[in-house]
Design a protein around this ligand. Structure first.
Ligand SMILES: *Cc1c(COP(=O)(O)O)cnc(C)c1O
Length: 229
């Protein structure tokens, strides 16, 4: 894809996000536009950064390790893909946020690696809001107890929730996620913030913002179609 096309896409998507933010009573700056970089060549990722992208999202540990040296320096990266515990050690210290924490044992491994390097790691918990067998992610019902357990981990800090809702014409899953986010915030669990709701991709980011998303993860609408997910 041409640089010019990416620039056009960036402007269009930013505009749509801003509109949806205002419609939901927020300021455009309150929504983070994260660029999902899986399968995208580093030159094009850097083009998106030059357009104004301020956070990248990586899905695969190996692909990230291969590409990271070519990225414009100083742009924070979030991990958004399925993460195996044995790979935490390769990305710890590199990630602004690990968005895809889906079990306590993974949080424990992040704690172990972060403690070893004397650093603090912010995370989101991934929720399987559609209760789909095909998706990893936590059942909403486990949140209160799990958050209380994670609060004990000294180097791991929950900043919110992430979800990949099932493809769906209506907005019921987005709404369910918004309700879960607000309900969880009310619990006021120690060392737990409900500040980030990571929800919305190329097909539903505008709707997601209307349902309270604070961070959208956009890949193909920015960079063009991929060969694989
Ligand atoms: C691929 C991916 C996205 C972006 O998907 P698009 O539909 O291309 O915008 C967002 N979040 C996660 C976790 C992904 O794996």
């Amino acid at each position: 894809m041409e640089n010019k096309q990416i620039q056009e896409n960036y402007r269009r998507i930013s505009g749509t996000i801003a509109e949806a933010a205002v419609k939901s009573g927020r300021k455009p700056e309150e929504i983070t536009f994260l660029a999902v970089t899986k399968t995208v060549a580093p030159e094009l990722v850097n083009t998106a950064i030059a357009c104004g992208i301020t956070v990248l999202g990586e899905n695969r540990v190996q692909e990230y390790q291969f590409k990271k040296e070519s990225y414009t320096k100083g742009v924070p990266v979030d991990f958004i893909g399925t993460l195996q515990s044995n790979k935490v050690k390769y990305i710890i210290g590199d990630m602004r946020l690990i968005q895809s924490v889906n079990k306590f044992s993974l949080a424990q491994e992040i704690e172990r690696c972060a403690a070893k390097l004397h650093l603090q790691q912010d995370i989101l918990l991934e929720i399987n809001i559609g209760d789909e067998d095909s998706k990893s992610g936590l059942q909403p019902g486990v949140l209160p107890e799990l958050l209380t357990q994670i609060a004990e981990l000294e180097h791991v800090h929950v900043k919110g929730l992430m979800t990949i809702p099932p493809p769906c014409k209506d907005t019921s899953f987005l709404q369910a996620m918004q309700e879960l986010f607000l309900k969880t915030k009310e619990l006021q669990i120690p060392d737990t913030e409900m500040r980030i709701l990571s929800m919305g991709m190329s097909d539903d980011y505008a709707q997601a913002v209307q349902y309270g998303s604070t961070l959208v993860r956009v890949g193909s609408a920015l960079f063009g179609a991929r060969n694989y997910r």
